[in-house]
Design a protein around this ligand. Structure first.
Ligand SMILES: Nc1ncnc2c1ncn2[C@@H]1O[C@H](COP(=O)(O)OP(=O)(O)OP(=O)(O)O)[C@@H](O)[C@H]1O
Length: 234
């Protein structure tokens, strides 16, 4: 397996007037292609900060970050825009669908900006929403909206999916559906999936679990036998 992400001694400092917050304090790790990583940690431990930096939405204050050997820590705004557009799919807790576009149109929007997209219809079919293609987000349940958001992220055909609390707003049964889709994307297409969550149960399906604590990577635990999503319970 190839290494997709290398992080070396990453730090992030937020300064607001007199107040300085050290959100990341020297975090180092590697992530492999085709790997499913779950990042766990208490509130404020730096999970979203790390995801934002890996997604090219923010830059580290110090340290180095490489994507497929290309430095992101020194990339300019244009390079980061292309990185976000072509290499990464994002899934957030609150879906972020455009309310005035149908499910299919939300997915097609992603197709238009991607370099090497998959088929929007095929992705909607994959997430089980072919018959809801013409529905607007307000006509869909939370779980259905999240499935559209996943189709939108996958259709770009990115090497990596970054997911911030993807099941945070969903009930158990719907969460498992969503986790199955993420795991399936990882397995079928050999893609990297990184999931940030408060839900420790989800860690059971990961290849590796990163535990963040107070801005530091406290430990990395490898699961010898990751559970299939349908076996994960909470
Ligand atoms: N834009 C910002 N400006 C200032 N401080 C920030 C900013 N973003 C995050 N922080 C601070 O950095 C620290 C880490 O925040 P972060 O959101 O990464 O944690 P988290 O582990 O994702 O937390 P949660 O699980 O509650 O979402 C916190 O102390 C937070 O207040």
């Amino acid at each position: 397996m190839n290494t997709i992400i290398v992080a070396r001694n990453l730090s992030k400092v937020y300064k607001m007037g007199e107040v300085t917050v050290e959100a990341l304090r020297g975090v180092s790790f590697e992530v492999m292609e085709g790997e499913l990583v779950v990042v766990l940690g208490p509130s404020g431990s730096g999970k979203s900060t790390l995801l934002n930096i890996m997604g090219g939405m923010d830059k580290p204050s110090g340290g180095e970050l490489y994507y497929m050997g290309t430095p992101l820590h020194s990339a300019n705004a244009k390079q980061l825009t292309l990185y976000r557009r072509n290499e990464v799919g994002f899934v957030f807790q609150f879906y972020n669908l455009l309310p005035n576009l149908t499910a299919l149109e939300n997915v097609l929007l992603s197709v238009q900006i991607a370099q090497n997209p998959l088929s929007a219809e095929e992705m909607l079919n994959k997430v089980g929403l072919t018959d809801r293609a013409d529905h607007f987000p307000s006509q869909l349940s939370g779980g259905e909206q999240q499935r559209v958001a996943i189709a939108r992220a996958m259709v770009k055909n990115p090497r990596m999916l970054l997911c911030d609390e993807p099941t945070g707003a969903l009930d158990y049964k719907t969460s498992i559906q969503v986790l199955k889709l993420l795991k399936d994307f990882c397995d079928t297409y050999s893609k990297t999936v990184i999931i940030i969550t408060h839900n420790t149960a989800i860690a059971q399906m990961a290849h590796r679990v990163f535990y963040l604590k107070d801005g530091r990577l406290d430990r990395i635990v490898e699961n010898e036998n990751p559970l299939p999503p349908e076996k994960v319970t909470w």
